[in-house]
Write a protein that binds this ligand. Structure first.
Ligand code: 5RP
Length: 236
């Protein structure tokens, strides 16, 4: 079984999970290839939800293509669930996210939601976060000062370039990758994140940081994780 099939399996499991929610509510939808599998699986059941809130321009495009209603988050008061992938998830449900560059809107929608349903394959499960470089979205003019502050955590800081990412946006490969919010992303490699809640709070305090892709306060509540034999459901 290849990784695409594992993503498809977990996308279908997430569809079954959210269809247990009472109908007529709004659903939060994440960003990335696993979230896209979830959208594909849910599309035939879209009438179950009164609408969706989207975590990125790419997801909005995908939802609209499938005929989902996409709402302005400002018009939504109650969001029972948010479904999204992760780049890494630990045993407590703390995550690194933002490999696709959508971390800020993902965190906003996660903060609105009553439960975060994380969907991934078992390659994303780790004992300690940090093998995947931690994305930090920043205000571009703060690149220098934020980089120096992030280096104090012991990792190697690199500016994310448009190369290989979101080619649909026609960004020049050697230029900085620009997020949906006009921010840049610093990726911090080589961290061992033993206390995600503290590190998230500390990085959030740095002037010029928009969002850190450490989801500790907004951790996963339910993990659906696919492996070669099945999809496991873990309440966190
Ligand atoms: C995007 C994200 C994604 O959820 C994360 O990168 C996982 O993506 P994929 O499902 O394609 O592996 O945080 O900003």
């Amino acid at each position: 079984m290849n990784q695409d099939q594992l993503k498809q399996m977990v996308g279908e499991a997430a569809r079954d999970e959210v269809l247990k929610l009472p109908s007529g509510q709004v659903l939060g939808v994440g960003t990335g290839s696993t979230a896209n599998c979830f959208i594909d699986a849910l599309a035939p059941h879209k009438e179950h939800f009164s609408g969706t809130v989207s975590s990125s321009n790419a997801t909005t495009e995908c939802l609209l293509k499938h005929g989902f209603k996409v709402l302005d988050p400002n018009d939504v008061q109650v969001l029972p669930a948010y479904v999204d992938g992760a780049d890494e998830i630990d045993l407590a449900g703390y995550m690194i996210k933002g490999g696709g560059g959508a971390l800020t809107r993902e965190k906003i929608i996660a903060a609105m939601a009553q439960q975060f349903i994380c969907i991934c394959d078992s390659s994303k499960q780790v004992p300690v976060l940090g093998n995947f470089a931690l994305p930090v979205e920043i205000i571009p003019l703060a690149r220098g000062v934020v980089s120096r502050e992030l280096e104090k955590f012991g990792g190697k800081v690199g500016l994310r370039l448009a190369k290989n990412i979101r080619t649909d946006l026609n960004q020049t490969p050697s230029e900085p990758f620009v997020t949906d919010n006009g921010g840049w992303i610093l990726d911090v490699a080589g961290l061992q994140i033993s206390d995600p809640l503290t590190m998230e709070a500390q990085i959030n305090q740095i002037a010029g940081v928009i969002t850190v892709g450490l989801f500790a306060k907004e951790k996963a509540n339910i993990l659906l994780v696919s492996n070669v034999s099945d999809v496991e459901r873990i309440a966190l």
